[in-house]
Each structure stands twice: as structure tokens, then as C-alpha cells.
Ligand binder design. Structure first.
Ligand code: ADP
Ligand code: MG
Length: 664
């Protein structure tokens, strides 16, 4: 036995080692060749010259021309990193991670050493890091600690055309920094040809255009509107696979759930084919996809097979996948919208803009002639699609942005240099809420509570919940709840064929109708009691990966508590104290029971319902606070906790009066 085993081992090592080394070499060589074939490569020197000559430069180049991966490397090669780090900001977390991974490979360094990334709750950088890919939100947070960005020599604001909220806020702040730091370089890079707006904003900064290589794209529309776009998308994938010449397929869907169900249906259909068909490799990409699965979209597939990538908007411009010849575009995406009058935000599936549709189609014509199947009619393209998507700042809740700007010492927000200003109404709404939360005083200055809140990279309502937990002596429980909420909707595992068991397991954390927040705390505490056992997660239908990230986030929140001088105190059995801390953050999201199990929000009345996934769904408490409203078939409140109406007046006297909460 023993001899056999050790022989096997030697054999194994031998067969692995030698080819690996030669493979590694040629892989690096290929990477270097790839770099030289990118459209941007021919312009390397003239681009560097333009950067040298101008403090602010707008760079325009088609998706895939090499802006994100190459420009920071060129800057490094040209010596900019000797003077300070080069930051490259991305609106999306996944893009920051994935691009950093790619660049570290191209530079043949370990990710997190010379090349790293930094996103909320995850910092993969070190002392050595000179090229730092980060979300624009993360750079905003860094600004709070380093208002002149002294440790950076170049800031490249990438994907500027997306007009994400944090990108727009960065524009205003960077414009100011550039005035007093003559040595800093600001690069604004965009994938849309119309860059005059960026140039105008930065005092007529020059525009550098990277000529793209573009092949013709044939666009096909449906003859009649499709009834079920998901179904239509799947049918189109199969048609392309069975009838069209080689080339990979990219399908734009709206979110994780949709992508996962498309994946399942596709697999099922392919298995059902009687005759042999070429292999179809299904890959997916969306923002919550675990890191280790993200790289799969870039991996080569067996010869003779075809790849289909099921993606959200993320593949529209932030990530370039090589080899795509066919794009399937249902014309939809999930978009945040915000109504400043009611304070209601929602994530809704909406039609994309013509600009987005053009971007999507363009993904098929990068390496050869492409085809784009639009699952809508030519007529609805003309009449139903807007030219451009409105900038994020005009359709989101600004509470968090306003608190950051106030913390940076910007007093008068109505005068802040926004490229496209948000409505006064939504600024005022944000100020009003921050005042009610105690983050601002009557004259609009940041209070001690506000400064504490600003330390947490969370929505101000969540940060307030944490800061308030000090008063109720339950910070230990409340940071667990905040961490669990930050992980999102992926705590419970819900396999289709084990629904009864899964539901049973989930409801056990709700014993006593404690509400969703406390149920999340119960999950966390039970797991902690088992010393973070994986087995326990399996047995309780809890996703171990989500729990690990909750634990990681919780550790960071614990560190921040210390920084804002809040003691870690626990009162696991005083549920009322915990609920009061929750209410201190979420009082503006309160609702009271109506007839027939519907609820009415207290301020700005509106009819909402308890989400079926809530532990309180069949319980109908009279008064509740909720974390958010999501719109599916109805407007649903997610993460709901019962409260006593008098707490609202006690906790938020500037926001509620007795008459608001008296039982009618
Ligand atoms: P741009 O920013 O102009 O859209 P990029 O620099 O992102 O262009 O892309 C240049 C090339 O790098 C593309 O061919 C793309 O496929 C490749 N690439 C980018 N990220 C990755 C990654 N994570 N893995 C493999 N290839 C990548
Ligand atoms: Mg890019």
C-alpha cells in the first residue's frame, strides 16, 4: 500500500510540474502578445504625451480597446507610480476585481501586491500596491480621510459614461482638487463617443480619441412584440447555436434570479435534444457572483463548442469578453429609481436607452462581423427607448452622498459643482432625513452622531442603527444585523426540491415572531455558537459563503465601532432594546396595518405589503419598520420588524407627531 501511494505521489508531481513551468511561460508570452494587439497599443506614446501635457484629459475609446487594463500599466511604465499611486475607478465591484486580476496577470505579479483592488468591505491591496482598481464609492470614502488624495499621482475615472452617482460626485471633487494640486493628473475615460460634456465640465479639457476597430453588426428586430422575453431569449440562444456559424453568444438579462433560471432552462432543453449537438458552455456574470466563479467567462472552451454568457448590464461596457459574435438583447435592465416626494426607492426592470442598445450591439462586432438580435420591434426601438439613460444622481436617494459631502466640509450643496445637478427636492429630502437622523443640526452642520455615522460605509439609516445601539447597549447584536443585511438576499438556501425542509429551517429562526432583523441575528448567533461550522450551515439551509462574508463584514464593523468610540456591548435577551436601535435607523420606513393585510406607510401614505419571504408574512403586526420596498407584482416591504407606535415619536420627535401614530 505504502509504496504504491508514494509512487503515485511522485508520478503525480512529475506529471504536473514540468509542463506547468513551460505552460506558465507561454501563457505570459501570449498575454504580452495580446497587449500588443489591442487598439490602444499603437497610441501608447502619443497618449502618454497628451497626459504629460495636460492636467485633465478625457479619453474616449470603444469598449475593449484597452483603456481600463492598459492605461494604468502605461502610466506605471512611464514612471508615474514613483510619485504616487495610480487609481482607476469603476462603478461596479466585479469590474474592479476582475480587471485587477487581469492586470496582475499581465504584469506577472500577485494580485494585491503591485496591482490590487479595493471595494467596499474588501481591500486587496498592500504597501506595495501602485495600481489600484477601486469602486468610485471607495475613492469617495478615501477622500474623507485624505481630502487632497496626496498618496495618488493619477486618478483615472473610468466608465464615466455610466454616470453612476459616485462618479458624478467624484467629478465635482476632483475638479476642485486639480485646482490646488497641480501635480495630480485626472483622466476621464468613457466608452461613448459624445464626450463633449466631460470636456466642458473640466474647463474644456482636451479629448483624446482612441480609434476603434469595429466590424459591421447586423441588427435584427422581432416582427411582433414578444410575450415572454426570457423565453424568447432562450429560444434565440438555441437557434443561434443550431443554425449559425461559430462564435460565442452574449445575452443581456436583468438580474441574478433571471440568469439562474435561464441557465436551468437552457441546460434542461439541451439535455432534451435527441440528436448530438455541439457542446454549449453556459457562463454567467452578475454582481453577486462569487469571486471564484467570475473568471469563468474569460476561460477558453473546448474546440468545436460554443460559449453563451448570461450577463447583466455589467457586460455592456465594464467587462469585455472576447470572441462574442452574437448578442441577444431583450432591451431591459434593472434600474434604480427614486421618488423624492415620497422618499420611495425601488429597483425596477425598465427599458434601456438607445445608447445602451448601441453599446450592447457593439459587443458582437469586436473581433469580426457580428449579429445582434433585439427582442423588440423596430417600432418600439424608435418610439419607446429614450436616447440616453438619465444620470444616476437624478434617480437615486442622495442621503448617503449628502452625508459624505457634508463630512467633506461642503456646506452649501445647492452650489456644489454637479455636472448634472440633482433636483432640489431630492437634496432637500436627503437633508431632512439626515436632520431627523440626528446627523445634521438645524443649520445643516454635521453633528457628532453624523461624524460617527460617516465612518461606516453603509447607508445612513444602517449607520444610524449602529450608532444608536450604543444608547440601547446592544451594539454586539446590531452590528451582526447590519452585517447580515449588507450581505443581501443570499443568506438562506432554497433548493427547489427541498422547499419544505428549507422553509422549516428558515422559520425556526423566527420563533416568537421576532421579525426579520432579529431572525438574521439569530442565524448569525447560532452559527457563531457552533464556532462557525460549515456543517451547521448545511443542516440549516444557510449559505456558508454568505455567512463567511457576513462574518468578515461584521469584523470590520467591530473595528469601526472602536474607531468611533462605541463600546461593544450585548443584550441578547432584550429584544426591545434591539428593536429600538433598529427603529432609530429606520423610523422613516414605518407602516401600519390596513384592511386585508395591506399596509400603509406612515409618512407619505402609500400601500405596501409584507414580502412573502418575511417571517412576519402571515402574522400581520399592527406597526412595522422595513428595510426597503421592492417592486415585483406588488410593492413589497423587505426585512420587516414590529414596533410600538409610540417609539416613533420618542425616537424621532422631529419627524413624527403624536397624531401620526394614533390608532385611527
Ligand atoms: P476597455 O476598458 O477599453 O473596454 P479593457 O482594458 O477592459 O478595454 O479590455 C482589454 C482586453 O482585456 C479585452 O480584450 C478583454 O477581453 C481583456 N480582459 C479584460 N479583463 C479581463 C479579465 N478579467 N480576464 C481576461 N481578459 C480580460
Ligand atoms: Mg473598460
Amino acid at each position: 500500500e505504502f509504496i504504491k501511494e508514494s509512487m503515485l505521489k511522485v508520478d503525480d508531481e512529475m506529471s504536473i510540474e514540468s509542463p506547468e513551468i513551460s505552460k506558465a511561460k507561454s501563457e505570459l508570452e501570449t498575454l504580452h502578445e495580446d497587449r500588443r494587439t489591442l487598439p490602444i497599443y499603437a497610441h501608447r506614446d502619443s497618449l502618454l504625451k497628451a497626459i504629460e501635457e495636460h492636467q485633465v484629459l478625457v479619453i474616449v475609446g470603444e469598449t475593449g480597446s484597452g483603456k481600463t487594463t492598459q492605461i494604468p500599466q502605461y502610466l506605471h511604465e512611464a514612471g508615474y507610480t514613483k510619485r504616487g499611486k495610480v487609481a482607476c475607478t469603476q462603478p461596479r465591484r466585479v469590474a474592479a476585481m476582475s480587471v485587477a486580476a487581469r492586470v496582475s496577470q499581465e504584469m506577472d505579479v500577485k494580485l494585491g501586491h503591485e496591482v490590487g483592488y479595493s471595494i467596499r468591505f474588501e481591500d486587496c491591496t498592500s504597501e506595495k500596491t501602485v495600481l489600484k482598481y477601486m469602486t468610485d464609492g471607495k475613492l469617495l470614502r478615501e477622500l474623507l480621510g485624505e481630502p487632497d488624495l496626496a498618496s495618488y499621482s493619477v486618478i483615472m475615472v473610468d466608465e464615466a459614461h455610466e454616470r453612476a452617482v459616485s462618479t458624478d460626485v467624484l467629478f465635482g471633487l476632483l475638479k476642485d482638487i486639480a485646482r490646488f494640486r497641480k501635480d495630480i493628473k485626472i483622466l476621464i475615460s468613457s466608452a461613448t463617443p459624445d464626450a463633449s460634456k466631460f470636456s466642458d465640465f473640466f474647463d474644456c479639457a482636451p479629448i483624446y480619441r482612441i480609434p476603434g476597430r469595429r466590424y459591421p453588426v447586423e441588427i435584427q428586430y422581432t416582427k411582433a412584440p414578444v410575450a415572454d422575453y426570457l423565453d424568447a431569449a432562450i429560444v434565440t440562444v438555441l437557434q443561434v447555436h443550431l443554425t449559425q456559424s461559430p462564435g460565442d453568444i452574449l445575452v443581456f438579462l436583468t438580474g441574478q434570479e433571471e440568469i439562474e433560471s435561464a441557465e436551468e432552462i437552457l441546460k434542461h432543453k439541451i439535455n432534451g435534444f435527441v440528436s448530438e449537438i455541439p457542446e454549449l458552455v453556459i457562463c454567467k456574470i452578475f454582481s453577486n457572483l462569487p469571486t471564484e466563479l467570475q473568471a469563468k467567462i474569460f476561460q477558453p472552451i473546448p474546440i468545436g463548442s460554443r460559449k453563451v454568457v448570461l450577463a447583466t448590464n455589467i457586460a455592456e461596457a465594464s467587462l469585455t469578453i472576447d470572441g462574442i459574435n452574437y448578442v441577444i438583447d431583450p432591451g431591459l435592465c434593472k434600474m434604480e429609481s427614486y421618488n423624492p416626494r415620497t422618499g420611495m426607492e425601488s429597483l425596477q426592470v425598465t427599458s434601456i436607452s438607445k445608447a445602451s442598445a448601441a453599446q450592447r450591439a457593439g459587443r458582437s462586432g469586436r473581433t469580426g462581423p457580428g449579429k445582434c438580435f433585439r427582442l423588440y420591434t423596430a417600432d418600439s426601438y424608435k418610439t419607446k427607448l429614450d436616447d440616453n439613460t438619465p444620470p444616476g444622481i437624478q434617480r437615486t436617494n442622495l442621503t448617503s452622498v449628502v452625508l459624505s459631502l457634508k463630512s467633506l466640509g461642503i456646506q452649501n450643496l445647492l452650489n456644489f459643482d454637479f455636472m448634472d445637478p440633482p433636483s432640489n427636492e431630492s437634496l432637500l429630502k436627503a437633508l431632512e432625513l439626515l436632520f431627523a437622523l440626528g446627523a445634521l443640526n438645524k443649520v445643516g452642520e454635521v453633528t457628532k452622531v453624523g461624524r460617527q455615522m460617516a465612518e461606516f460605509p453603509l447607508d445612513p439609516m444602517l449607520s444610524k442603527m449602529i450608532v444608536a445601539s450604543d444608547k440601547y447597549r446592544c451594539s454586539d447584536e446590531v452590528i451582526s444585523i447590519a452585517a447580515m443585511l449588507s450581505v443581501g438576499n443570499s443568506i438562506f438556501y432554497h433548493p427547489k426540491d427541498e422547499q419544505v425542509h428549507a422553509d422549516h429551517a428558515r422559520m425556526s429562526f423566527h420563533t416568537g415572531n421576532v421579525g426579520d432583523h432579529i431572525a438574521l441575528m439569530n442565524v448569525y448567533n447560532s452559527w457563531r455558537e457552533t464556532n462557525y461550522s460549515t456543517q451547521w450551515c448545511y443542516e440549516n439551509y444557510v449559505q456558508v459563503r454568505s455567512m463567511r462574508s457576513a462574518r468578515d463584514i461584521r469584523d470590520q464593523l467591530e473595528g469601526l465601532l472602536e474607531r468611533v468610540e462605541i463600546e461593544l456591548t450585548g443584550c441578547p435577551n432584550d429584544l426591545q432594546a434591539i428593536k429600538k436601535a433598529i427603529t432609530s435607523g429606520f423610523f422613516s420606513h414605518s407602516a401600519r396595518l390596513q384592511n386585508y393585510g395591506s399596509y400603509r406607510t406612515v409618512k407619505h401614505p402609500r400601500i405596501v405589503h409584507i414580502h412573502p419571504s418575511s417571517g412576519l408574512a402571515d402574522n400581520f403586526p399592527r406597526w412595522v419598520v422595513y428595510q426597503e420596498v421592492v417592486l415585483t407584482t406588488k410593492e413589497y416591504m423587505r426585512n420587516v420588524t414590529e414596533l410600538k407606535p409610540e417609539w416613533l415619536v420618542e425616537i424621532a420627535p422631529h419627524y413624527y407627531q403624536m397624531k401620526d401614530v394614533e390608532d385611527a
